[in-house]
Write a protein that binds this ligand. Structure first.
Ligand code: APR
Length: 229
């Protein structure tokens, strides 16, 4: 089966009611990134960081996968599909996608604050101060903060290098190392970009699809399922 690699960002979850980053003028739900999404913020005020992610988790649990997430599941009928996502929501999994690589972690799991690869499922929507890992350290959201390592980046780069078809959905490609992944996709592989405001990525063999995700993704999936590519 032909290998399709899909790189998604906040734009694919926008129509599920989850805010994107760049179009909320640099604030994330009214907070500066430096105050809620860095190791320094956690050291300075762990309660604020914890409650920020508890609120985010509540809105993720209330959100539903949209027609874009669901259309990507249908691609698996005919292609070997791997989704690399920058999103910390679990909408791809809840839609039924089998292979999802979370570059920035996933908010529905917790992690030890001293050993990042010790992660746990979360009962309900909140992690409380005082909830600890098996090593006795405070639990935090299993997300990659600015300034932290992105352990999945090598695997993601390898997946992109082996892609036979590439689809970019709803990302501004503003944040590295995720933004550099597209460069690993072989030049002769066709790349589709679905985003109402196409990031000015000038690259050969790009099929620009200036649509919202719930319009563009089902449209492309129908096309890919109907014809040989
Ligand atoms: N359908 C498709 N694309 C959309 C839609 C939609 N309905 N609405 C917005 N977009 C596009 C925007 O045009 C933009 O290109 O989604 C992209 C959102 O870009 P960002 O807000 O920068 O989100 P993202 O690229 O995922 O950010 C990457 O930055 O803040 C960090 O770690 C965070 O994972 C995040 C990373």
């Amino acid at each position: 089966m032909k290998r399709i690699v899909i790189l998604t960002g906040a734009g694919i979850s926008a129509e599920s009611g989850l805010k994107t980053f760049r179009d909320s003028d640099g604030l994330w739900e009214g907070y500066n990134i430096e105050d809620v999404a860095t190791p320094e913020a956690w050291a300075r005020n762990p309660e604020l960081v914890q409650s920020f992610y508890n609120e985010r988790r509540k809105s993720v649990l209330d959100a539903k996968p949209n027609a874009a997430h669901l259309a990507l599941v249908r691609l698996e009928e005919k292609y070997d599909v791997t989704i690399i996502t920058q999103n910390i929501d679990d909408l791809h999994e809840r839609a039924g996608s089998k292979k999802v690589v979370h570059l920035h972690g996933v908010i529905t799991r917790s992690q030890s604050s001293i050993k990042a690869n010790l992660t746990y499922p979360i009962e309900g929507w909140e992690i409380k101060m005082g909830d600890t890992c098996e090593l006795g350290s405070q639990l935090r959201a299993h997300v990659v903060w600015f300034g932290e390592a992105v352990p999945m980046i090598e695997k993601a780069a390898q997946l992109c290098a082996e892609a036979e078809l590439f689809i970019l959905i709803g990302t501004s490609l503003a944040v590295y190392p995720a933004a550099g992944l597209m460069d690993y996709v072989p030049r002769d592989v066709t790349k589709y970009i679905i985003d109402p405001n196409i990031p000015t990525a000038i690259n050969r063999r790009i099929v620009e699809m200036p649509y919202k995700a719930t319009v563009g993704v089902p449209m492309l999936v129908e096309e890919l399922l109907a014809n040989e590519h």
